[in-house]
Design a binder for this molecule. Structure first.
Ligand SMILES: [Fe+2]
Ligand SMILES: [Fe+2]
Length: 270
């Protein structure tokens, strides 16, 4: 997300020398002016005066023109982070499968867990988990996912650092996993699927009585949740520097926090 900050001077009070500051974070529904500002930001060239090169934008409201942006010097853009609500709305826009949404929620909660553990930015880490597979339904091949999703994220104002982190979760992009955050994403990604699968075959169908030892019992059974690559998971945990069973325990703990959203409360009411 970007915040467009405009110093503006109401035209109807042209004698008034003082400038007001109008701040508007778009994408958050701040209304018509907000949309106008977004349009201007996307089309800055159109608004330049051919003679002076200054930027001239008039906004119209019910009371006609309310302000005029006097020059590009008065506009500064400040990068702000997409918030969780916006990220979830984006996920819901592109993902119809509830199990894929739950996968991303699982990775999100696990990322938040590790960010807390390491004293990192919980919102940023969570956002990465929540968005990492948002384009899988529309780009269900490795030729497209997650590379093609990047363009959409860029359009929606997602920061480049998150986009690059998302690219790093797929080996074929060649974006290295050279930060703890990227390592955590890789380590949390697949294991959440195996944990979900184990929870679902237990009589309780619950995360609340699921322990790492239950997952361990299924670890060697290659036919169980065959799509999840155990050696890949071990490798990713090792890269993160966490012993695999401790890691599984951490992810279970993280997923328990949102067991109702994951539909994994089962018959154990908390
Ligand atoms: Fe993915
Ligand atoms: Fe994933």
């Amino acid at each position: 997300m970007f915040t467009l900050r405009v110093l503006w001077q109401p035209i109807c009070h042209s004698q008034d020398e003082s400038f007001d500051e109008l701040t508007c974070a778009y994408g958050t529904g701040a209304g018509r002016t907000c949309l106008a500002l977004q349009y201007c930001q996307n089309n800055l060239e159109k608004f330049k005066s051919p003679r002076s090169g200054n930027l001239r934008i008039g906004f119209k409201s019910k009371r006609k023109k309310i302000c005029e942006v006097l020059s590009t010097d008065n506009i500064e853009m400040e990068k702000t982070q997409m918030n969780r609500e916006e990220a979830l709305a984006l996920v819901r826009e592109f993902v119809k499968s509830e199990s894929l949404v739950r996968h991303m929620l699982s990775v999100e909660t696990s990322m938040r867990f590790y960010a807390e553990k390491y004293g990192e930015d919980v919102e940023l880490w969570g956002l990465l988990g929540l968005l990492h597979d948002f384009d899988w339904e529309i780009h269900p091949t490795l030729e497209e996912h997650p590379q093609k999703g990047s363009a959409i994220l860029r359009e929606r104002g997602v920061s480049e650092e998150i986009i690059q982190d998302i690219l790093s979760h797929a080996d074929h992009t060649g974006v290295p996993r050279d930060t703890v955050r990227r390592k955590a994403l890789a380590a949390c990604d697949e294991v959440t699927g195996l944990i979900t699968a184990v929870a679902l075959v237990r009589p309780s169908r619950s995360l609340h009585d699921l322990e790492a030892s239950s997952v361990k019992k299924k670890w060697k059974d290659k036919a169980f949740a065959a799509g999840t690559d155990r050696s890949e998971m071990e490798h990713a945990a090792r890269e993160l520097g966490v012993e695999i069973w401790e890691h599984v325990g951490n992810v279970i703990q993280a997923m328990r926090r949102i067991a109702p959203e994951l539909d994994l409360v089962g018959n154990i009411q908390k």
